[in-house]
Write a protein that binds this ligand. Structure first.
Ligand code: HEM
Length: 482
């Protein structure tokens, strides 16, 4: 049988949308209200998976298939961009905010932008970005020492957003934003406000933003115009450097490098691509770093082991100064991977079938009609594939020591960075960035969870991020012999 060719499949074997199980739906709204009530889409998808099995149907109100069947997930991810595209809802929401780049591009535009993104995020460039990362990590270190001295309650997500924003703006446009130290407004304060707006718009029942002209909209417009000016200025710098023979050292320079026969990007395209990098690189990585610190703050023994490793590998230095040394911080890296498993920040992807297609799932051939929305649950395996991850609800970084993080297979997917040709090109950068800051903070501080305003929760916007995550940092007491 050939997948993608419905005629070749015997009609009686074919599973269709109507054959799939799924929760009852209401007229007009379908399952939209139930999705909103379940405490966010991720919770709803997982609960329905428990009840209806790995593949089920919804109406949102458009016909929608949700799947955690590893065979189906693999085929959907691999058959891009020809057979599946990103969901139009995601694309139009991002484009409505001026965020159009490699994440939302399709067909030939995607091929071109993907080449640039991959080029600017490859291993050679990671070395170039290391200076930006260590400079930023040093600022974080000073800032947390000040907070430790005064006993300040630290908003972990906010601090990690500032760190990843500085690193990502550095690699995207070669500009030192310094959001870690600059707390007096301007772009460092306003840029992070752009990303939560995506979540509000993605899950809003009505496009309220088209009718309101309030303060939030004005601030967004100001942010965009400031960003426009920054990109225009930095693009001139990038062009001059590339014309002078320098090899591209940031994303804008990669975009400025001439490619035979391809037209130069317009200003709007440049801004859209830079914003895409900021969104894809900042939001996801800051949430991952915050979750990592959350688990380590709640596991003081593991935190001390990460500290001991840093002391052994780094001696008196607060953090690794180059990628080779960072790779030796195996336990810190394992803690990051374990946090990615416990709290995958992009647990599902929304796609749309571009034409009728037949996929082969665990239960047999499944027909997906053109236009159907398909949600793939990327990380169902993290908590449900107990052959791969024993005691899945336990934070156990040791499980990653010596293990191949890219190992595939299993009874449910674990693909926190996606898969197929659109696999996350920033994966290595994200792991390096998070490991660097995690190891440094564990080396320098004891972290005490602060739940005076309630326990830690989670919310879904572009990524799934922690809410109400606070700690107090203290200088470590001399270690007890253990
Ligand atoms: C822990 C951090 C991160 C996670 C969990 C994550 C996860 C993902 C996922 C699930 C996708 C979708 C992949 C697919 O469609 O198959 C994606 C795409 C993407 N990511 Fe990441 N990501 C992270 C960090 C980064 C960083 C640091 C960058 C770059 C600065 C980045 C750049 C991108 C881009 C450009 C895409 C779009 C790729 C395309 O459509 O071809 N990501 N990421």
């Amino acid at each position: 049988m050939s997948a993608g060719c419905p005629e070749t499949v015997l009609a009686q074997n074919l599973i269709t949308f109507a054959d799939l199980p799924g929760p009852p739906s209401l007229p007009l709204v379908g399952n939209k209200l139930a999705l909103a009530r379940a405490g966010g889409p991720n919770h709803a998808f997982q609960q329905w998976c428990d009840r209806y099995g790995p593949t089920y149907r919804l109406r949102l109100p458009a016909p929608t298939v949700v799947t955690a069947d590893p065979l189906l997930v693999d085929q959907v991810l691999k058959q891009r961009p020809e057979t599946f595209r990103r969901s139009p809802r995601v694309t139009s929401t991002l484009q409505g905010l001026g965020i159009h780049g490699v994440f939302t591009a399709e067909a030939s535009e995607w091929h071109r932008l993907r080449r640039v993104a991959t080029r600017s995020l490859n291993a050679a460039h990671l070395n170039t970005y290391f200076d930006t990362m260590t400079r930023t990590a040093e600022r974080v270190r000073r800032r947390w020492h000040d907070a430790a001295a005064t006993g300040e309650r630290i908003d972990v997500l906010d601090e990690m957003m500032r760190y990843t924003l500085d690193v990502t703006v550095g690699l995207a446009v070669g500009h030192d934003l310094n959001a870690v130290e600059n707390r007096d407004g301007g772009l460092p304060a306003r840029l992070p406000e752009l990303f939560p707006e995506i979540g509000r718009r993605l899950y809003a029942p009505l496009p309220y933003w088209k009718f309101l002209n309030g303060a939030r909209r004005r601030r967004l417009a100001e942010t965009m115009s400031e960003l426009d000016a920054l990109v225009a200025e930095q693009f001139q710098v990038a062009k001059a450097r590339v014309a002078g023979g320098a090899s591209p050292a940031n994303f804008l320079e990669a975009l400025a490098a001439p490619v035979d026969g391809e037209p130069e990007l317009s200003h709007a395209e440049l801004v859209g691509n830079v914003l895409t990098m900021l969104l894809a690189g900042e939001d996801t990585t800051s949430a991952t770093a915050a979750w990592t610190l959350h688990y380590l703050a709640n596991d003081p023994q593991m935190l001390r082991r990460v500290r001991a490793e840093a002391q052994t590998v780094l001696g008196d230095r607060p953090f690794a100064g180059d990628p080779g040394t960072l790779r030796k911080l195996e336990l810190a890296g394992a803690a990051v991977r374990e946090a990615v498993r416990m709290r995958p920040v992009a647990p599902y992807l929304a796609m749309q079938a571009l034409h009728d297609v037949v996929l082969t799932g665990q239960d047999g051939p499944l027909r997906i009609d053109s236009g159907t929305i398909v949600f793939v649950l990327l990380s169902r395996g993290a908590r449900h594939d107990t052959d791969r991850f024993g005691e899945p609800d336990e934070f156990r970084p040791q499980r990653w020591l010596g293990a191949d993080p890219e190992a595939t297979g299993g009874t449910a997917p674990f693909l926190p960075f996606g898969g197929g040709p659109r696999f996350c090109p920033g994966r290595n950068l994200a792991i390096v960035e998070t490991t660097l800051v995690t190891s440094m903070l564990c080396r320098e501080f004891d972290l005490e969870p602060d739940t005076t305003t309630g326990s830690v929760g989670e919310r879904t916007a572009f990524s799934v991020f922690p809410t109400n995550l606070f700690v107090r940092a203290r200088l470590p007491q001399p270690a007890n012999p253990e």
